[in-house]
Write a protein that binds this ligand. Structure first.
Ligand code: ADP
Ligand code: MG
Length: 230
């Protein structure tokens, strides 16, 4: 009954050169991401979560294995096409928020849109709509240094939504937040997943994050060890 996965990885392997003993970060991972997924990538530190997100998000390339996007082999994409795909189809949220300090909240959100040849007026309108969606309508002109950690992550989430992505990759998005703020961020991601039909892939080692997700994949030493069905 499932349609073609948005993303389908098979046999994904990745190593990092480390002196004479390369680190085998991923040892043959199979993974499918479907429209509407709220998927937890669980695993201890060093298990390969970030490496896998970087491959799925076309930020990095596997040593071997195949990755299909909408059924099309991503190995055939040029660097420019990979960059276009990241900008148009994916949103990224990081543990450290990664906002641009000299830009206001609205400008941080609008920045990816400007790269899509949207006018400044259109950009500001969409940025305001997104700020409202993440509960920060009144912070439009505020710079990140005057926002709390939770507010910064909300801005980052709004930015990730700017180009109406098919998938949001969130790499340990609550790791730098207190538990109350983390819960609010998870509420928001859950709501956006439901209301905006965006697939959300969250890496975490927090059991509270895992509880919220509809699918869970567990990584251990670069391998997927279980896939309980939803
Ligand atoms: N740039 C890098 N250079 C060398 N080793 C790396 C690099 N990035 C990650 N690793 C190693 O690859 C393995 C998987 O790391 P990572 O994907 O970051 O795991 P996780 O996100 O689950 O903590 C770990 O052993 C880590 O030390
Ligand atoms: Mg990581």
């Amino acid at each position: 009954m499932n349609a073609t996965p948005l993303l389908s990885g098979r046999g994904l392997r990745k190593h990092y050169p480390m002196g004479s003993e390369p680190v085998q970060a991923l040892r043959g991972v199979d993974i499918d991401i479907f429209a509407g997924d709220l998927l937890a990538l669980r695993g201890p530190s060093g298990s390969g979560k970030t490496t896998l997100i970087n491959l799925l998000g076309l930020l990095d390339r596997p040593d071997s294995g195949t990755l299909l996007l909408d059924g099309r082999n991503t190995a055939t994409l040029s660097e420019d096409e990979r960059a276009d795909t990241r900008r148009d189809r994916f949103g990224f949220i990081f543990q450290t928020f990664n906002l641009i300090p000299v830009l206001t909240a609205a400008e941080n959100i609008g920045y990816p849109m400007l790269l899509n040849h949207v006018t400044r007026a259109e950009m500001m309108e969409r940025a305001r709509e997104l700020l409202a969606a993440v509960g920060l309508a009144e912070k439009e002109n505020t710079r990140p240094d005057l926002l709390s950690g939770g507010q910064r992550q909300r801005v980052a989430i709004a930015r990730a939504l700017a180009n109406r992505p098919a998938v949001i990759f969130a790499d340990e998005p609550t790791a730098n937040l207190d538990s109350h703020t983390a819960d609010a961020i998870l509420d928001l991601l859950q709501r956006l997943n439901r209301e905006q039909q965006v697939a959300v892939v969250i890496s975490t080692h927090d059991p509270r994050v895992v509880e919220r997700c509809t699918r869970v994949l567990t990584l251990h030493d670069g391998e997927i060890v279980t896939e309980p069905t939803a």
